[in-house]
Design a protein around this ligand. Structure first.
Ligand code: G3I
Length: 484
C-alpha cells in the first residue's frame, strides 16, 4: 500500500503584475496540433452552428407534443439531434415482460429521421421507470430480463441509433462514491459491464454510453467513482465508447468551471463525451455559454442536448431552465449559445497527445529559468521537488511515457501527494496511479490528470530551492515549463 503524505499548508501566490505575463513556454517535445482558423458566415440555428465543428445540438422530444406546431417548428428548425424524453425507456418499450411496444418510441424516432435528425437512444438499463413486472424481479431472473430487454430494443433500432445510453444513473449522490442501491445493483456489481457487453453484441454500430447526473464537477465523489469505473472498463476491454453528462444544473448542483477538466479527463481515458440533458435553473446566458465552450474545447465532445424545447416543456418548468420561452420566443441564453457555437466554428482537432521524447530531458520553469530537480539526487519516495539551476544531471532528467508519467531514474515518477491547492509534488515509485499522470499542454502548463491542477513553483518563487506544488491553473509563468 502506498500512502500520501499530507500536503503542506497552501502557499498563497503573489499574482500581481505577473498576470500580464504571456507565456512563451511550449513544451518542446510535445506534438501540438493547432487547428487552422477558418472563417464561416455565422449560422442562424443551433444545429447548423454546432455542425460547423462537426458536432450536433439536440433536444429531448416528447411524443405527446408532436402535434403542437409551435413546438415542432422550433424543434425542427433549431436542432439536429433528438433524444426521446421518455418513450424509449424500459416501462414504455417493454410494458409486459417479453412484449415490446415501440409505438411512442417510433413516433419520436420517425419524426426525427423524417426531419433529418440523428437519434440518441435513452435508456436501456436503469433503476427508475421500470415496468411493474421488472420492479418485482431480482437475481438471475432480473439479470436475464435486463439482457433480454437490451437485445429486444437494440434489435428494433439496429443500425439506426448513433449513441445508446446503455446504463443510466448507477451511482448514488453524496460523498460516498458508491453504487446506487437498486434491484439491478443487487444482481451483482458486474451488472453494468454485462449490460455493455450485451449491448455491443446487439448493435455493434452504436456508440455505447454510460449516462449520469451530478458528475460534472471534477471534485465530486460521484464524478471520481464514475471515472474509476470508466478507466477500469477501458483497461479490461469492457466495450464502452462514451460518457453522457446530463448537466442538470441548479442551485443545489451548480455549474462549476472545472467541468471542462472533467470532460478532458474522461476524454483522455479514450472515450467520447457528450452533454446529454442540459438545463440550467434560471438559464443564465453566461453559464449556457460556458457549458457550450467547455464542449467546444474538448475534441472528443460529440455534442450537446438540451432537455426540452421551451421552458413549459421542461420537467422542471418552474426553474425556467431552457432556451425558449413558453410562447416560443428565444431567450437571451439562446443567443449566448448560438454566438458561442459560431465563435467556436473550427473543426475539432485530436487532443494534442504528448509524444514521448526519445531520451530524457530537463523541465525548465519559464519564470525562473531553473529546472525541476530532485533535491540532493535523493531517491527516497516522498522527496518534494524543487527548482534548481539546470545542470543536466540525472536528478533533472525526466522521461515522458506513453501513459503520461514523467519518470526520473527510470522507476520513480513525478507524483502528486494530494489533489488540492498546495499539495506537494514529489517523487514516488511508479505504480500507475492517476496522481502520477500528467497532461503536457501546448501553452506550457503541466496538469495533473487526477487533480486537474497545474504544476506550480510555490509562491511564484524563482530561486534555487523553491518548492513544487499543485495549484489551480491561472496561466502564470510559474506554471509554464519547457522541455530542454
Ligand atoms: O404521461 C403521464 C400522464 O398520463 C399522467 O397523467 C402524469 C401524472 O403524473 O404522468 C405522466 O407521466 C410522466 C412522464 O414524465 C411524462 O410527462 C411521469 O409521471 C413522470 O414521472 C415522467 O417524468 C420524467 C422523468 O424522467 C421520470 O424519471 C420526465 O418527463 C423526464 O424528463 C425525466 O427525464 C430524466 C432522464 O430520463 C434521466 N435523467 C434525469 C431526467 C430528469 O428527471
Amino acid at each position: 500500500m502506498r500512502s500520501h503524505s499530507s500536503p503542506p499548508s497552501t502557499v498563497r501566490r503573489k499574482i500581481g503584475g505577473l498576470f500580464a505575463a504571456l507565456t512563451v513556454g511550449v513544451l518542446g517535445s510535445t506534438a501540438v496540433l493547432v487547428a487552422p482558423l477558418t472563417s464561416h458566415a455565422a449560422e442562424s440555428t443551433l444545429g447548423k452552428a454546432a455542425a460547423q465543428s462537426g458536432r450536433y445540438f439536440g433536444t429531448a422530444i416528447a411524443s405527446g407534443r408532436l402535434n403542437d406546431s409551435t413546438y415542432t417548428t422550433i424543434a425542427n428548425r433549431e436542432f439536429n439531434s433528438v433524444t426521446a424524453e421518455n418513450e424509449m425507456k424500459i416501462d414504455a418499450t417493454e410494458p409486459q415482460q417479453g412484449q415490446f411496444n415501440f409505438t411512442a418510441a417510433d413516433r419520436v424516432y420517425n419524426w426525427a429521421v423524417q426531419n433529418g435528425k440523428q437519434v440518441r437512444g435513452h435508456t436501456l438499463a436503469w433503476h427508475s421507470q421500470q415496468p411493474g413486472w421488472m420492479q418485482n424481479l431480482s437475481g438471475s431472473a432480473l439479470r436475464q430480463a435486463m439482457n433480454n430487454h437490451i437485445n429486444g430494443v437494440m434489435a428494433h433500432y439496429k443500425g439506426k441509433i448513433t449513441q445508446w445510453d446503455v446504463v443510466n444513473e448507477a451511482f448514488v449522490d453524496g460523498t460516498s462514491g458508491a453504487r446506487r442501491d437498486s434491484n439491478l445493483q443487487r444482481t451483482g456489481n458486474d451488472w453494468i459491464e454485462v449490460a455493455f457487453r450485451t449491448a455491443r453484441a446487439a448493435d455493434p454500430a452504436a456508440k455505447l454510453c454510460y449516462n449520469d447526473y451530478n458528475v460534472e464537477n471534477w471534485t465530486w465523489a460521484k464524478t471520481q467513482a464514475m471515472y474509476a469505473m470508466v478507466r477500469d472498463f477501458k483497461q479490461r476491454g469492457v466495450p464502452i465508447d462514451c460518457v453522457g453528462f446530463q448537466s442538470h444544473f441548479n442551485n443545489d448542483s451548480p455549474y462549476n468551471s472545472n467541468f471542462r477538466t472533467t470532460l478532458q479527463n474522461f476524454a483522455a481515458l479514450g472515450v467520447d463525451v457528450a452533454i446529454t440533458e442540459l438545463d440550467i435553473q434560471g438559464a443564465s446566458g453566461t453559464t449556457y455559454a460556458n457549458v457550450t465552450n467547455d464542449c467546444l474545447a474538448v475534441p472528443r465532445c460529440l455534442g450537446i442536448t438540451v432537455w426540452g424545447v421551451r421552458d413549459t416543456d421542461s420537467w422542471r418548468a418552474e426553474h425556467t431552465p431552457l432556451l425558449f420561452n413558453g410562447d416560443g420566443s428565444k431567450k437571451p441564453a439562446y443567443t449566448s449559445v448560438l454566438n458561442a457555437l459560431n465563435a467556436g466554428s473550427t473543426t475539432p482537432t485530436p487532443t494534442p497527445t504528448p509524444t514521448p521524447s526519445p531520451g530524457a530531458g530537463q523541465i525548465k520553469g519559464v519564470a525562473s529559468g531553473r529546472c525541476l530537480d530532485v533535491p540532493n539526487s535523493s531517491t527516497t519516495d516522498g522527496t518534494q521537488l524543487q527548482l534548481w539551476d539546470c545542470n543536466s544531471r540525472t536528478n533533472q532528467q525526466w522521461t515522458l511515457t506513453v501513459a503520461g508519467e514523467l519518470r526520473v531514474y527510470g522507476d520513480k515518477c513525478l507524483d502528486a501527494a494530494g489533489t488540492g491547492n498546495g499539495a506537494k509534488v514529489q517523487i514516488y515509485s511508479c505504480w500507475g496511479g492517476d496522481n502520477q499522470k500528467w497532461r503536457l499542454n501546448s501553452d506550457g502548463s503541466i496538469v495533473g490528470v487526477q487533480s486537474g491542477l497545474c504544476l506550480d513553483a510555490a509562491a511564484n518563487g524563482t530561486a534555487n530551492g523553491t518548492l513544487i506544488q499543485l495549484y489551480s491553473c491561472w496561466n502564470g509563468s510559474n506554471q509554464h515549463w519547457t522541455r530542454t
